[in-house]
Write a protein that binds this ligand. Structure first.
Ligand code: GCU
Ligand code: CA
Length: 478
């Protein structure tokens, strides 16, 4: 968790490259429909950067002005619609949605994106019939619609994961450890891979002076985690100063390990060819010249944080959060990684910032044409994780277990041996089945390394006594 700095402006190209990902097909599960190929009750403009394809639909500023898409469904069911839009005005643009002439009920608020070149995605689930469906988005007020770039559609349901999950938790397994120059009060934000017969775990550590830095430990079995020494990564070329929220993966195309992390108000990476040598990490290289404008415009009093990179066969995607209800996604090609990340777009927004807070994870589910998104939320009962799935790593995301009643992981669906040591199921990572940039997990073998704390602990947030424990899914259907 923390703040940021400055960006490399390579924004538009990667987004344009992303546009041609999918073509509409009769039985497609996931398709993109460009607004310039739809019926636009207005003009197709291209005067603001960040759109995909040849332009976006700018409707007239009047009630009823619309953009209309013809969307094909292989069978009747529910589609999640993701409208990519820009709203550079200061107020939400309200729209009514109809499917095949029937109003779908509620209106959609297209929240301000800070600038007409700032883009976000608004999602809504609608019923569709087999064959062609007419999807019309019409302005509910005289302000007209937001500028609309495209519509992504995804068939809801059919996940390989159950919508109801149960877990059992270990006790605390990984604890703070100090040495002569590090007085550590908490251990947080784990990233973990299993490689060469050992778990390799990277964590944030917080000192008594509330400074954040990175540490590493390694062990063959969870029973040895508590006695494994902590190696402080400020002794490597990563150096001192604020660093937090590491993510580790092996980038197979370059045959090297990447560690990404927050650095000041930016995101950086270090690399090594030997994950087992904590002294071998390289000097930090920042991904961005400074904080992207869309983040500055939307983060409010939050911070840009919790960076998460995942690649498919063509592109690498970087998700991030701002503690202000926004989930961001940026993109570069696999060939250009780690360079060339676009300006982020807002992939998901919630007006209740606690309900879409931070700690996002995205994984590929092994053996399925499916990705899993998890985002940490804050509730009165403690921290918890919500979840969504999509056939595409870039969404749009369909709810899987995303409510308090049906959480991905929260105090309410986790059992403990004896008295629960934590009410919080906070920042963590699933145990992956591989090590590479695809971040693949086995859907039958879900385990989640997370941070929790003594429910009676209080005091400044940065001094809370976080420890790490392991959840194991107890109701796997396979
Ligand atoms: C500006 C902007 C347009 C936008 C319009 C609006 O004119 O350039 O792209 O559509 O505002 O308020 O709708
Ligand atoms: Ca307009």
């Amino acid at each position: 968790m923390r703040r940021l700095a400055r960006f490399v402006l390579v924004p538009v190209l990667a987004l344009i490259a992303a546009a041609a990902l999918t073509a509409p097909g009769a039985n497609a599960q996931s398709s993109r429909y460009e607004a310039e190929d739809a019926v636009c009750d207005g003009t197709i403009d291209a005067n603001y950067s960040g759109f995909s394809g040849r332009g976006f639909c700018n409707t007239a500023n009047r009630t009823g002005a619309y953009v209309q898409f013809t969307v094909h469904a292989g069978a009747s069911g529910t589609f999640t619609l993701g409208f990519k839009y820009a709203n550079g005005s200061g107020a939400a643009r309200q729209a009514n949605l109809s499917v095949n002439g029937a109003a779908t009920g509620s209106g959609i608020a297209f929240e301000p994106t800070g600038a007409w070149s700032g883009w976000a995605v608004a999602t809504v689930a609608v019923p569709v019939r087999e064959g062609a469906n007419t999807i019309r988005l019409a302005a509910a007020t005289g302000a007209g619609l937001a500028n609309i770039d495209y519509l992504d559609v995804v068939r809801a349901g059919g996940s390989v994961l159950p919508t109801s999950l149960q877990w059992s938790s270990s006790g605390p397994l990984i604890f703070p450890k100090s040495d002569a120059t590090h007085n550590i009060v908490s251990v947080k934000d784990p990233s973990v891979v299993h490689h060469d017969g050992r778990y390799h775990v990277f964590v944030s550590v917080v000192s008594a002076n509330q400074g954040y830095s990175l540490a590493y430990l390694s062990f063959t079995d969870w029973s040895q985690a508590a006695s494994a020494p902590l190696h402080f990564l400020d002794r490597s070329a990563i150096g001192g100063g604020y660093k937090a929220a590491p993510q580790v993966f092996y980038f197979a195309p370059q045959q090297r390990w990447y560690l990404t992390y927050q650095i000041g108000d930016n995101v950086a990476y270090s690399t090594t060819t030997d994950i087992a040598d904590p002294a071998s990490w390289s000097t930090p290289t920042k991904f961005y010249g400074s904080t992207p404008q869309i983040v500055l415009d939307n983060k409010g009093s939050g911070q840009w944080l919790d960076f998460w990179t995942i690649c498919d066969t063509a592109n690498c995607h970087m998700y991030s959060s701002d503690d202000n209800g926004n989930l961001y996604r940026a993109q570069t090609s696999l060939a250009r990684f780690p360079s060339g990340f676009s300006d982020p777009v807002i992939a998901m927004h919630d007006p209740n910032h606690h309900w879409l807070f931070e700690g996002a994870n995205v994984y590929r589910l092994a053996g399925a044409n499916e990705y899993l998104l998890m985002v940490e939320a804050i509730t009165a009962g403690g921290r918890m994780f919500r979840s969504w799935t999509s056939p595409s790593v870039s969404g749009p995301w369909t709810p899987l277990a995303d409510t308090k009643e049906h959480p991905f992981a929260s105090r309410s669906n986790v059992s403990f041996d004896g008295t629960p040591w934590t009410n919080d199921i906070s920042h963590g990572e699933l145990i992956r089945s591989g090590i590479d940039q695809t971040l693949t997990v086995g859907p039958c073998d879900l385990r989640f390394l997370y941070q929790g704390k003594d429910p009676s602990a209080s005091g400044p947030y940065n001094l809370l006594p976080w420890r790490l424990g392991l959840l194991t899914q107890s109701d796997s259907p396979c």
